[in-house]
Design a protein around this ligand. Structure first.
Ligand code: FMN
Length: 215
């Protein structure tokens, strides 16, 4: 059966990207956009981003992770180092992250190279997490592996809750962060009649080359 959803269509008109207002360094534009969307969308997860990896299979894999820190040095998320995404990154550390901020009619795509954050950095962030999330990380020891049922992990969660009732939960060695150092950014601002603004920054010989792309 052909389900016709071809009438799902939106017009974009909220903003534009003006060449002479573009900063030389894309980090500053990301920072401005991120602050704007966070202040306007307090209820949505504006730090949710699609992390795309390509392991040895050659197929791209995309999934949402949460951006937890960003700076000139890169973009940081946390995960399980035994997960599929971590295996993919071990095989090929060239990744992409992308954000879609619907309310602002904006998309940002960043390509870069992922490396693990230091143990100290991961531990510091792990310690700041709510107890339930820490236990969850302990329970899902091998994220992405096949499990027989949910019952076992709920049971394990309950056992660990008792075990750590009055104890600090240590960061598991197989849980930590990745930092993605960007080599390319693309900023997309929806425009009227599909005349969107697309500005690409490419890091080239220590400067950011700026190009406008056809929408
Ligand atoms: C809103 C949202 C936020 C998520 N945040 C994270 C995260 O920060 N880290 C993480 O490992 N998985 C996160 N996930 C789960 C991942 O999308 C994914 O299911 C999981 O990491 C396993 O991916 P993998 O098998 O490709 O490694 C999040 C999912 C959603 C929908």
């Amino acid at each position: 059966m052909l389900r016709d959803i071809s009438n799902l269509r939106k017009s974009y008109s909220k903003n534009s990207l003006i060449d002479k207002e573009l900063p030389e360094d894309p980090f500053f534009l990301f920072d401005i956009w991120f602050k704007e969307v966070s202040s306007k969308n307090s209820k949505s997860e504006v730090n949710a981003m699609t992390l795309s990896t390509i392991g040895l299979s050659g197929y791209p894999n995309g999934r949402i992770v949460l951006l937890k820190y960003y700076s000139h040095d890169g973009f940081v998320f946390f995960t399980n180092y035994n997960s599929n995404k971590a295996i993919s990154i071990d095989q090929n550390n060239k990744v992409s992250i992308s954000f879609f901020w619907e309310e602002s009619e904006r998309q940002v795509i960043i390509k870069g190279v992922a490396t693990r954050t230091s143990d100290d950095f991961s531990t510091k962030y792990f310690n700041s997490r709510p107890k339930g999330s820490k236990l969850g990380a302990l329970v899902s020891e091998n994220q992405s592996s096949i499990i027989k049922s949910k019952d076992n992990i709920v049971k394990k969660f309950n056992e660990l809750s008792k075990e750590y009732l009055n104890k600090e939960i240590p960061r598991p060695n197989n849980w930590g962060g990745y930092i993605i150092k960007p080599i390319q950014y693309e900023f997309w601002q929806g425009g009227e009649n599909r005349l969107h603004d697309r500005i690409r920054y490419t890091h080239n010989k220590n400067i950011w080359q700026i190009d406008r792309l056809s929408p």
